[in-house]
Ligand binder design. Structure first.
Ligand SMILES: C[S@@+](CC[C@H](N)C(=O)[O-])C[C@H]1O[C@@H](n2cnc3c(N)ncnc32)[C@H](O)[C@@H]1O
Length: 277
């Protein structure tokens, strides 16, 4: 797929996923909140600073920064999906945050001034972008010298059966091609060397990588619903299948995940790289 087609498709997919992410926001936050805390801790937002959250989804990572920068500071909550950004806005308004600006922004071409922010946060965004090198160069351009970028990306498929097993099942059943090497996608920045290459190539110094692990916990009867409402490109492929094939695919995925089933739940390992530059 050429990169422009990928971009258009990705935007459509994430707009479609926004209601699922909004409905499951608290569940996602409950399981993955420690990753957000780690990232915010690396940037260490100070009162009065201006912090950018890239590919912010429903906004919770940036909102930690919003609480720390205070009334004199600002968080720019951004995503290329208008639907995600509206979900973030509703979330921020519910929390009564008045120092957050919401802006539709494609990370590959940021409509922001050079040297205009004091820190950048991004969880699970860069590896999905058509040109992550461009997005990281843009990040470096808008970040003030001496400031910090902290981001998380997924490690390799073997460390992330929660996504690798459904993806492999869809490939095996002929519903999508195997990922092309170097193509954007959930595991595109799984290898430490690739991260170092991209980050230093964008003009940052040598990044620091830390392994961040956790477990997704799905109620056994909720796994499928969750998968089909939040899992980005995988969800879109599944949702496009005829009903009968959806049922067969569901059975195959649940069977492959059976080793992680305990007491009415699927408890499935997940591993990211926490990267600071
Ligand atoms: C897996 S979700 C993560 C959302 C949020 N950061 C979180 O961790 O909860 C990926 C997000 O990246 C956004 N995204 C993908 N490509 C993007 C791009 N080129 N520019 C900005 N946002 C992008 C999607 O719209 C989606 O909200």
């Amino acid at each position: 797929m050429d990169l422009q087609t990928y971009r258009e498709r990705s935007l459509r997919i994430w707009d479609e996923m926004a209601p699922g992410w909004e409905d499951r926001r608290e569940w996602i936050l409950g399981i993955t909140g420690a990753i957000n805390e780690w990232l915010a801790g690396q940037v260490d937002p100070q009162p009065g600073q201006s912090i950018l959250d890239v590919a912010a989804g429903t906004g919770d990572l940036g909102f930690i920064a919003a609480e720390r920068v205070g009334a004199d500071g600002k968080v720019l909550c951004t995503d290329f999906s208008p639907e995600m950004l509206e979900a973030a806005r509703r979330n921020g308004e519910r929390r009564g945050l008045s120092n957050v600006e919401y802006r539709v922004l494609d990370a590959e071409r940021m409509d922001l001034d050079d040297n205009s922010v004091d820190g950048v946060l991004c969880r699970w965004g860069y590896m999905l972008m058509a040109d992550p090198a461009a997005a990281l160069r843009e990040t470096r351009r808008v970040l003030r010298d001496g400031s910090t970028l902290a981001f998380a990306v997924w490690q390799t498929p073997d460390r992330n059966p929660w996504a690798a097993i459904p993806a492999m099942t869809l490939v095996q059943r002929g519903h999508m091609p195997p990922p092309e090497p170097g193509a954007p996608g959930i595991f595109a920045m799984g290898l430490a060397d690739r991260i170092v290459e991209l980050v230093t190539g964008a003009g940052f110094g040598e990044p620091r990588l830390e392994e961040l692990t956790f477990e997704w916990r799905y109620a056994a009867d909720g796994l499928w619903d969750t998968l089909t409402r939040i899992a980005g490109p995988l969800a879109t492929v599944i949702n496009g299948l005829p009903d009968e094939e959806q049922r067969a695919t569901r059975a195959a995925i649940e069977e492959s995940l059976a080793q992680y089933r305990r007491d009415g739940e699927f408890i499935v390992p997940a591993a990211c790289w926490g990267v600071t530059a």
